[in-house]
Ligand binder design. Structure first.
Ligand SMILES: NC(=O)c1ccc[n+]([C@@H]2O[C@H](COP(=O)([O-])OP(=O)(O)OC[C@H]3O[C@@H](n4cnc5c(N)ncnc54)[C@H](OP(=O)(O)O)[C@@H]3O)[C@@H](O)[C@H]2O)c1
Length: 452
């Protein structure tokens, strides 16, 4: 994104020719911000050896300074007004780690307009305002870095932007929310119920006190929007993304899935179809146990990227947490400092400009399906259900109904051939209207996680 930005000019003139110090304004000293502060101190010498620059936090903005005495922050470094960071002419880099959208948007926009380089880990901000903020950063000729916004410590942004720069991205499949992966892992491996597994994740600090954005799939949805933009040049609008969470997943479905050789994962799918249409969706999916992604357990994340030249690549690591996420922020800081101090500018990969293809409406997306129905155990039930499925032009791959006592309700599980989501939903709506169907049908995607 260009050479040394405007706000850096004064500060560059003040640098000694030997060791260059680049000051950083850190907004937010919570989970990630505190990690950045501590790890910059811990590995500062290493960074200096490797970059020739000393990165030094000069000011930190927080809401409640009294909360942070344990970190032994030097006197005068804390402020409750992030504008103090932006106003400081010695600070060329602002790190936004306050979270949320409204205030973070003001902060990032103000910093860009002041000519400051911005580093953020805020996926919700980018998913909602990325289009505007990236355009603004381009116009103001200042870099905007966001490695920590997707998959925490996994350097997936760098991988797509830099290492895979020569590839058309065919597909990305991501397990990119650690909280939901932890819950599904514990439900699957320890037989816990959804509520119990969520409680455990909260007690261990993996889930927020309010875990809504994790369990309803939108945290992964925000990250998928960023990956889609990097891959296809589109800022897909949140309303164009189909997002389902994991709250409806039950032990019954996990057991059926396992019995057929599948694991259940919340998967972000970002891919281009043969007609140049992009699908961006997040759904709980059955994926083959034989796929390496099925063995991504607990809070770990994994992202599989298919490029037309490179083929399949897989990135695995901690998708959240203080140290892992701060590692990504520090990597952005090193790039930012390098960009500021290297007058020739540095290559930090491309800024997506292309607009490859339009968004595919979710009803037109294709996959195989798992359908579970709670039914009356009486003659003719299977025939009426399979008739409706056939009338919608969908093939049945397999059908399982475990034995139950006479007169008891039964679970009927069907694996279905590939069909559009729209047609599948119509079939399910018709099946749900049958008298013999006793509960809301459970419909899940089956994904093979391959490039098309
Ligand atoms: N946590 C993760 O593992 C992770 C992973 C990837 C990305 N991220 C992203 O990183 C960002 C930060 O996450 P986090 O978990 O570190 O959040 P957090 O623990 O809630 O910390 C937020 C920090 O921001 C400060 N703050 C909030 N509003 C402020 C304001 N208006 N002015 C000044 N300071 C303000 C808070 O101050 P006080 O401490 O004084 O209240 C706190 O120090 C979020 O965008 C998140 O999505 C987090």
């Amino acid at each position: 994104m260009g050479n040394a930005p405007r706000a850096a000019e004064g500060f560059l003139n003040n640098m000694s020719s030997e060791l260059k110090t680049v000051f950083v304004g850190l907004a937010g000293l919570g989970n990630v911000g505190a990690g950045v502060y501590k790890n910059l101190l811990k590995n500062g010498d290493l960074l200096t050896d490797r970059t020739g620059v000393r990165l030094q936090v000069k000011r930190i903005a927080v809401r409640s300074p009294e909360k942070h005495v344990g970190l032994q922050i030097p006197e005068g470094m804390l402020t409750t007004d992030w504008r103090d960071l932006v106003r400081d002419p010695e600070i060329p880099i602002i790190v936004e780690l306050i979270g949320g959208v409204t205030e973070a948007y003001d902060l990032v926009k103000t910093a860009i307009l002041a000519g400051k380089t911005v580093v953020t880990g805020n996926k919700a901000l980018l998913a909602g305002h990325g289009y505007e903020l990236v355009a603004l950063a381009e116009r103001e000729d200042v870099p905007l870095y966001f490695e920590a916004a997707v998959a925490g410590g996994i350097p997936i942004i760098k991988a797509v932007r830099e290492a895979l720069i020569g590839n058309h991205i065919q597909a990305i499949y991501g397990i990119i929310n650690g909280t939901t992966n932890y819950i599904l892992t514990r439900m699957s491996e320890a037989g816990l119920g959804y509520g119990e597994a969520l409680g455990e994740a909260q007690a261990l600090g993996y889930a927020e006190a309010d875990p809504t954005l994790d369990v309803n799939g939108w945290d992964a949805g925000h990250k998928a929007i960023i990956l889609a933009w990097l891959s296809y040049g589109h800022w897909v609008k949140p309303e164009q993304v189909h997002v389902e969470g994991i709250t409806q997943i039950s032990q019954t479905d996990l057991t059926f899935a396992r019995g057929m050789g599948y694991a259940m994962k919340l998967v972000a799918v970002i891919r281009l179809d043969a007609t140049n249409h992009i699908e961006v969706r997040v759904q709980p999916c059955l994926i083959p146990q034989s796929n390496i992604m099925a063995n991504v357990h607990g809070v770990m994340n994994a992202v599989a990227v298919y490029g037309d030249i490179v083929g399949e690549t897989l990135f695995y690591g901690s998708g959240a947490g203080q140290n892992a996420t701060s590692s990504s922020v520090i990597s952005d800081l090193a790039d930012a400092a390098d960009n500021l101090t290297n007058e020739a500018g540095t290559n930090n990969g491309f800024v997506p400009q292309g607009h490859y293809g339009a968004c595919l409406p979710v009803d037109e997306t294709l996959s195989r399906y798992y359908l579970r129905l709670r039914v009356d155990d009486r003659p003719g039930v299977v025939a009426s259900i399979s008739t409706i499925i056939a009338e919608h032009g969908i093939g049945i791959l397999s059908l399982v109904q475990p034995e139950v006592d006479a007169g008891a309700d039964a679970d009927l599980m069907l694996m279905l051939h590939q069909a559009t989501f729209g047609r599948m939903k119509q079939a399910v709506a018709a099946i749900a209207g049958l008298e013999c169907v006793l509960a809301v049908p459970v419909l899940l995607r089956v994904e093979t996680l391959k490039a098309r």
